[in-house]
Design a protein around this ligand. Structure first.
Ligand code: PLP
Length: 389
């Protein structure tokens, strides 16, 4: 049996997504910029995709820009907005537990002379609104905050932060990395006071290498990619029509079954957490980092298994066909033993070094969770004994 419990790293495409991507690569493969019928057909797919995605956020289709994924969306939002608005101020705010696709552009902006405040988080990964309020100053032009943390699933107080930012200065821009939230919850940028929002297709059963950035019409943003002037000159490069249409199809499917999926994910999360608690009361050392309830995403469970290094347990599970992450898959290729996020939670080293992330999708089954829990129950006593000697 296999249990794919690494859906925050990436997901499998649905059949609906596969079908439209294949059709757009093999039949309707025109370039939307071409003037003939094939181009017109491709342009129609692109327009429809933009309409679908705008509909999921209740924004205008003019405010949706396709990108190569959330890394590009985040880079563009931060560098594009900071450089376009630098005359209004040189101060930026973000959190200490953002994805590298936010932290690295922030560091690059620091090198250009911008000042960045990194808001700390509590032991469960929540920022404090008071810290945000104190950090906001006359010079602040942009705040960037993730919606759901990709390693432990914490939901940040986006609506409250949006209100604070507006009240402080309506011209301060608010960017949200919504990669782990989009498709899992209703998101209304206009109600939340969010000016820019990043989304990635491959986290919601869409194709890799495609995403979008929502940009409120009033935002001044510099393009990052210059060239043929596609997407109103804001993002040059031949449009990735299969990617855009695949993303829209994935979003349509995710939002059509949102409440059933959320119920299913919550029940999987409870099953996983109950199972871990049962193993723990049976004598195994397990510390669960993720919370239950409305301040935590339904699809991520992070837990430490003190006494076993996370990569040892990860590979032992892999031998049984169970796929999980140590920290986040997107940053582990740097061979950093302990993730930046876990460090920010001030976990003791032993816990940080033995943490695994289990992440689910609406296609994950109860059997997969049981299979994983059984494997943990068998492997942990052996591996901890082995580690001690
Ligand atoms: N932001 C968050 C919170 C993520 O989890 C990820 C991917 O793991 C990204 C950004 C990067 O997205 P992409 O793979 O589309 O570049």
């Amino acid at each position: 049996m296999e249990a794919y419990l690494d859906n925050s790293a990436t997901t499998r495409c649905t059949e609906g997504v596969r079908d439209i991507v294949v059709r757009l690569m093999m039949e309707d493969y025109g370039n939307p910029s071409s003037q003939h019928m094939k181009g017109v057909t491709a342009e129609r797919y692109l327009r429809e995709a933009r309409e679908v995605l705008a509909g999921t956020l209740k924004v205008s289709e003019k405010e949706i820009f396709f990108t190569s994924g959330a890394t590009e969306s985040n880079n563009w939002a931060l560098i594009g907005a900071a450089t376009a608005n630098r005359r209004s101020g040189m101060h930026l705010i973000t959190t200490a537990i953002e994805h590298a696709a936010v932290l690295e552009p922030m560091r690059a902006l620091e090198e250009q002379g911008f000042r960045v405040t990194y808001l700390p988080v509590d032991a469960k990964g929540h920022i404090s609104l008071r810290d945000l309020e104190e950090a906001l100053c006359e010079d602040t032009i942009l705040v960037s905050m993730m919606y759901v943390n990709n390693e432990i699933g914490t939901i940040e107080p986006i609506a409250e932060a949006g209100k604070l930012i507006r009240a402080h200065n309506p011209r301060t821009l608010f960017h949200v990395d919504a990669v782990q939230a989009y498709g899992k919850m209703e998101i209304r940028p206009k109600k939340l006071g969010v000016d820019m929002l990043s989304v990635s297709a491959h986290k919601i059963h869409g194709p890799k290498g495609c995403g979008f950035l929502y940009v409120n019409e009033k935002v001044r943003l510099r393009p990052l990619l210059l060239g043929g002037g596609q997407q109103k000159g804001m993002r040059s490069g031949t449009d990735n029509v299969p990617g855009a249409a695949g993303l829209a199809q994935a979003a349509k499917e995710a939002y059509a079954q949102l409440s059933e999926s959320t119920g299913h994910l919550l029940s999987l999360k409870a099953q996983m957490m109950d199972g871990l608690r049962r193993l723990s009361s049976g004598g195994l050392r397990i510390v669960i980092h993720s919370e239950e309830g409305e301040k935590s995403a339904p699809h991520i469970v992070s837990a430490a298994f003190p006494g076993v290094r996370s990569e040892v347990l990860l590979h032992a599970l892999e031998e049984r066909g169970i796929y999980v992450s140590a920290g986040s898959a997107c940053t582990t290729n740097k061979k950093v033993p302990v993730s930046g996020v876990l460090k920010e939670l001030h976990l003791p080293k032993e816990l940080a070094e033995s943490t695994l992330r289990f992440s689910f999708s609406r296609f994950t089954t109860e059997e997969e969770i049981d299979y994983c829990l059984d494997a943990l129950g068998e492997l942990l006593p052996v591996l901890t004994r082995y580690t001690r000697h």
